[in-house]
Write a protein that binds this ligand. Structure first.
Ligand SMILES: NC(=O)c1ccc[n+]([C@@H]2O[C@H](COP(=O)([O-])OP(=O)(O)OC[C@H]3O[C@@H](n4cnc5c(N)ncnc54)[C@H](OP(=O)(O)O)[C@@H]3O)[C@@H](O)[C@H]2O)c1
Length: 185
């Protein structure tokens, strides 16, 4: 079982624009042509921050068009927020606030022998990294720059903290990079 931060990013390291738009991303590639179908098949639980969750609620129609459902995950999901957020009918969502370590324990139980997906954003993935809980970072690196926006991973992780283990070109719009997170223990 691994804890994986799997995401798309702009070439200059942003997940989304400052106002949480992902419109730059969709023309660059198709989810079905990426490693996503294989990746998600091995995911047993997932976590996201409130901005990512609110993006999904705001864009429910588009998500449904792309994936067939406004909430496309059958796995239990943990949504981090200090606020009270609305639930989504039929979705297996747990709201969480604070330390990621306790939540990670709950996610491990729920995921059984499958992987844990940290959907984003970057600081939430960083909280799992800070706690020594992140095993892999998998990025679909888009052939586009944004100049500014929501950061991919606002942490200092120096070599050998990240070990590049896989690279794949996906047409002219994307490259997939996989890093293992090196741990000292
Ligand atoms: N390119 C991609 O593939 C991709 C992937 C994922 C996300 N995204 C997009 O990137 C953007 C990410 O936004 P973001 O960087 O703001 O990150 P985010 O993680 O989605 O949301 C951050 C918010 O989550 C809450 N939060 C985080 N950690 C918490 C904790 N330990 N306890 C309680 N609450 C916590 C806080 O808000 P409150 O307490 O105020 O609720 C925080 O401001 C979104 O627009 C999303 O749609 C893109």
């Amino acid at each position: 079982m691994k804890t994986q931060y799997y995401t798309a990013t702009s070439l200059d390291g942003f997940l989304a624009t400052e106002d949480d738009s992902l419109d730059w991303l969709f023309p660059l590639g198709n989810l079905d042509d990426s490693s996503y179908p294989e990746f998600i098949a091995d995911v047993g639980a997932l976590a996201m921050g409130s901005a990512t969750y609110e993006w999904m609620m705001r864009n429910a129609d588009q998500v449904a068009k792309e994936t067939g459902s406004p909430w496309p995950y059958s796995q239990p999901a943990w949504v981090f927020s200090s606020r009270k957020l609305p639930a989504i009918d039929g979705a297996d969502i747990h709201f969480a606030n604070g330390d990621v370590r306790q939540v990670h324990r709950e996610m491990r139980v729920a995921a059984k022998d499958k992987n844990i997906w940290i959907v984003g954003g970057g600081d939430l993935a960083g909280q799992f990294y800070d706690a020594g809980l992140l095993d892999e970072i998998i990025v679909q690196l888009g052939s586009a720059t944004l100049g500014k926006g929501k950061p991919l991973f606002p942490r200092r992780a120096l070599s050998p903290a990240l070990q590049l283990v896989f690279v794949r070109q996906m047409g002219s719009g994307m490259a997939e990079l996989r890093y293992e997170v090196y741990k000292n223990d």
